[in-house]
Design a protein around this ligand. Structure first.
Ligand code: GDP
Ligand code: MG
Length: 439
């Protein structure tokens, strides 16, 4: 992909505007690059056509080179193709929310069942798992073990019971226990086969699920489009979960899901640990798919935009020492966005090379920070001093966000450190200080 996109952008160097003629070659490179990233052919075709139409129509923006413009359009279209925004899970208005997981064998359904239960538990929902893979006794044991690990009850019956019957019993049990969310794991085959589909249909009829999520291995590649189409037509899915994103797949499968089914990817699995399940961020995935190409100019542009938009406002705030948690969140998110771009580049200005592991760490700590800032009152967000002064407030935030008091203290300290750093950066006379947190 690297060389493909690089040459695409390079072909536009020296051009004044994007025209029908001068985008032909770059678009050919982009097409090749997407195919190399395992995006399905029909999806690539439509994508290239959309981008071409848009590119030619776009006016000249002062100071932006045509190659930068094309990168921007490609990136934006990729994000749009994957649904644009984060798609949340749907919950039932009354009674338990039922989530049915489907997919081929080995894609990570059983693992995802338990991960999802943990994920929802952290949001304060009670969960129950149903072991629906009756073909391998080991699969039931696996779910029981994982259930223990995340401390969620598992409903299991013998291997001689039909999956639809297990579903019925499990759901009954869940209603009796008044659990918020029921997650049913199912069997998968190496290939899509008729019996498997019929069985899934039976299970679906029995459960009447709120969500039917197709679990897709990120490595699936070209077959992803056909796979998603089949499951969507046969069973009817409400979304997908992309697993094994921690591997070295380029994630082309992600592009096909929404395009061929109209249904979004809702979550991604990024590892074997139970904690490794996250919402799906289309913009981050676009960065990954664009991957490794030389989109430095785009990043520079993006940074410029960020600076212009926020700099003035930020400067005022810093001058009056008003930089608060709202700004902190904005700033950190902007840096995180740059971070996912930098995965693309392997570099972040001023920070040297950034490894994927470091980016993942940064993304993780952003999620932790977000969780803590989310439970702050508007007043606390605007006056971080309140948190520096009150251990009781910090304790409450720790409890409500499910983080430790130490993590909250760290966050508060970080904000004040940022104030100081920025004051110094801006060359303001009086240096701020980091208050010691009272106990
Ligand atoms: P199932 O057959 O669809 O139920 O798949 P399993 O849940 O049994 O998972 C198959 C294998 O993939 C197991 O070894 C899992 O640990 C592994 N696995 C599942 N999700 C992920 C993931 O997100 N990343 C990685 N690296 N491995 C995963
Ligand atoms: Mg399984």
């Amino acid at each position: 992909l690297t060389s493909g996109l690089e040459s695409a952008w390079n072909k536009l160097k020296g051009e004044e505007v994007l025209t029908k003629e001068n985008i032909v070659e770059p678009m050919r490179d982009i097409r090749r690059a997407l195919l190399e990233a395992d995006v399905s052919l029909p999806v690539v075709r439509r994508f290239v056509q959309d981008v071409s139409e848009q590119a030619v129509g776009v006016g000249v923006i002062r100071g932006v080179r045509p190659d930068q413009q094309l990168v921007k359009i490609v990136s934006e279209e990729l994000v749009k193709l994957m649904g644009g925004e984060v798609s949340e899970l749907t919950f039932a208005k009354s009674g338990p929310t039922v989530i049915l997981l489907a997919g081929l064998q080995g894609v990570g359904k059983t693992t995802v069942s338990a991960k999802l239960a943990l994920y929802l538990k952290k949001q304060g929902k009670s969960c129950m798992l149903i072991a629906g893979d009756v073909y391998r006794p080991a699969a039931i044991d696996q779910l029981v073990i994982l259930g223990k690990q995340v401390d969620v009850p598992v409903y299991a019956a013998g291997t001689d019971v039909k999956p639809a019957e297990i579903a019925r019993q499990g759901l009954q049990e869940a209603k009796k226990k008044n659990v918020d969310v029921v997650i049913m794991d199912t069997a998968g085959r190496l290939q899509i086969d008729k019996t498997m589909m019929e069985e899934l249909k039976d299970v679906k009829r029995t459960l009447n699920p709120t969500e039917v999520l197709l679990v897709v291995d990120a490595m699936t590649g070209q077959e992803a489009a056909a796979l998603v189409t089949t499951f969507n037509v046969e069973i009817g899915i409400t979304g997908a979960i992309l697993t094994k994103l921690d591997g070295d797949s380029r994630g082309g499968a992600a592009l096909s899901v929404k395009e061929v089914s109209g249904k979004p990817i809702k979550l991604v699995g990024r590892g074997e640990r139970m904690e490794d399940l996250e919402p799906f961020y289309p913009d981050r995935m676009a960065g990954r798919i664009l991957g490794m190409g030389d989109v430095l100019s785009f990043v520079e542009k993006a940074q410029e935009v960020m600076r212009q938009e926020d700099a003035e406002d930020l400067q005022k705030k810093i001058m009056s020492a008003k930089f608060d948690f709202n700004d902190f969140l904005k700033q950190t998110r902007a840096v995180a966005r740059m971070g996912s771009m930098s995965r693309v580049l392997g570099m972040i200005p001023g920070m040297g090379k950034v490894t994927p592991a470091q980016i993942r760490e940064a993304e993780k700590s952003l999620l932790i920070m977000e969780a803590m800032i989310e439970v702050m009152t508007p007043e606390e967000r605007e006056k971080p001093e309140l948190l520096a002064e009150s251990p009781a407030r910090r304790k409450r935030i720790a409890q409500e966000s499910g983080k430790t008091e130490q993590q909250v203290s760290q966050l508060v300290a970080q904000l004040f450190q940022m104030r100081v750093r920025m004051k110094n950066l801006m060359g303001v006379m009086e240096g701020g200080s980091v208050p010691a947190l009272s106990n």
